[in-house]
Design a protein around this ligand. Sequence first.
Ligand code: THU
Length: 145
Amino acid sequence: MSHLANADLQRLLAAARSARAQAYVPYSHFAVGAAVLDEQGRVHAGCNVENASYPQGWCAEASALAAMVLAGGRRATAVLVAGPGPATTTPCGGCRQKLREFGDDTLVVIAADPGGIRHTWTLGQLLPESFGPEALAAGQQHSHP
Ligand code: THU
């Protein structure tokens, strides 16, 4: 697992908690905040945003990644997801793939709740044998007209 400095861990935790407080969750009442650390050491946060047409809502991780991209970040080295507890809030399958776009198997994924850090994985553990941008680039070299 790539190293994550304790100072960065604390920055991620604070940002994800602040974002969680802004979650728009009138349907599930399940507030989630996420914060990503980019390749420049910057932190970008987001919350889940639900919708009256339920499937149109999106996750906190997606919001945080969008904030990172908007700020010019292109690589994520760590993500912290802050859920309500007591059950661990892990990134959903779709978000694991979204994270894969901007990180590799070493991306650090941290789950937290109001009590603190609960669990740490790598993206490689959560999404093994994943399909990422490099696979697409490799395929294009062999593409048919
Ligand atoms: N949710 C997230 O934002 N991130 C996760 O990692 C898990 C689930 C949201 C989606 C939905 O708004 C609510 O939590 C309940 O599923």
